[in-house]
Design a protein around this ligand. Structure first.
Ligand code: GLV
Length: 325
């Protein structure tokens, strides 16, 4: 069999490809920090049997229809809302994601963001850079306690479970809301299942780990923020699209909630012109949930293993489409 051609939509470290070079012909976009232009991707995909892409690529129905040879798309993310999975299934194209390998790293970032927001770490650091620290005083940069508080996790999958384990270590009460009950977190961590509305009313920290779907789009809306405590802190590390950002801005500005730590945004990237940057009760990070060298390499390797198993084994390892072959 002729070596399958794999197109990679961003420049990734060459050494990660070495173990697979005998089996694949790789082509790769030359930029590391810029997404591939759409017309170039349209052209390149015509020759490709497999695609390794990122969440910056919108893989829609017209693209899938156009990609005549394409058999598999390995998306370097656990979320896959950038891909029209139903259309891929219609054209017999397998889609894979990268679960598990990023779970703990993303849970670490979630907790880091939660703690940094509660204790105002970035504002405190900035105070020094801006020569604002004149004297020690009792109520300077006061934050909010984390230990012993109530965390409400919306979306209790793998990452939610890993966040709950961290919360347990901080002696927090754990509430969660999910499509289905999660026995593990209830039995092992003592987490309590409740409705979305009840969670919003009771949690000191509301953490969104919801995937973006038609059902979850803008789930955190005006009404949701109004239900939260005035002292509540909102953390989002899943997708910006699950939040009505205008409503969140208003809630933060009007003091309806205390603060927010956000790693994801409805339209990325954002810059210093974004309204959130005008608020001093928000901590913003540029979608770095899984961003450690170890984890990003594992995610790419899982993409390559998915391609390898699809073409040379029993089928893709972590498909999100019904078929894996
Ligand atoms: C990142 O956001 C991912 O879905 O892996």
């Amino acid at each position: 069999m002729q070596k399958p051609t794999i197109y990679i939509t961003r420049k990734i470290p060459e050494h990660l490809l070495d173990p697979y070079r005998e089996r694949f012909h790789f082509r790769m976009y030359h930029e590391e920090r810029k997404p591939i232009p759409k017309d170039m991707l349209y052209e390149e995909v015509l020759e490709a049997d497999g695609l390794l892409c990122l969440l910056t690529e919108q893989i829609d129905e017209p693209f899938l229809r156009h990609a005549k040879h394409l058999k598999i798309i390995a998306n370097m993310a656990v979320g896959y809302d950038n891909i029209d999975v139903a259309a891929a299934e219609k054209y017999g194209i397998v889609v894979t994601n990268t679960p598990d390998v990023l779970t703990e790293t993303t849970a670490d970032l979630t907790f880091a963001l939660l703690m940094a927001t509660a204790r105002r770490l970035v504002q405190s650091s900035n105070l020094i850079y801006q020569n604002g620290w004149k004297e020690w005083s009792p109520f300077d940069m006061v934050g909010t306690d984390v230990y012993g508080k109530t965390i409400g996790i919306v979306g209790m999958g793998r990452i939610g479970t890993a966040v709950a384990r961290r919360a347990k270590g901080f002696d927090m009460d754990i509430l969660y809301h999910n499509r289905s009950r999660n026995q593990e977190v209830e039995e092992v961590l003592g987490a309590e299942y409740c409705s979305f509305e009840e969670l919003l009313e009771r949690a000191d920290f509301v953490v969104s780990l919801l995937p973006l779907t038609e059902k979850t789009a803008k789930k955190f809306n005006k009404e949701a923020f109004e239900r939260m405590k005035e002292t509540a802190i909102f953390i989002n590390v899943s997708r910006g699209g699950v939040v009505d950002e205008d409503a969140l801005y208003e809630a933060l500005k009007e003091g309806k909630i205390k603060a927010a730590g956000l790693d994801v945004f409805a339209k990325e990237p954002i810059d210093s012109s974004h309204p959130f940057t005008k608020l001093d009760n928000v901590l913003l990070t540029p979608h770095i949930g899984s961003s450690t060298k170890e984890t990003r390499e594992k995610m790419l390797t899982l993409c390559l293993d998915n391609l390898d198993n699809y073409f040379y084994g029993d089928g893709a390892l972590t498909p999100v489409t019904k078929n894996k072959k």
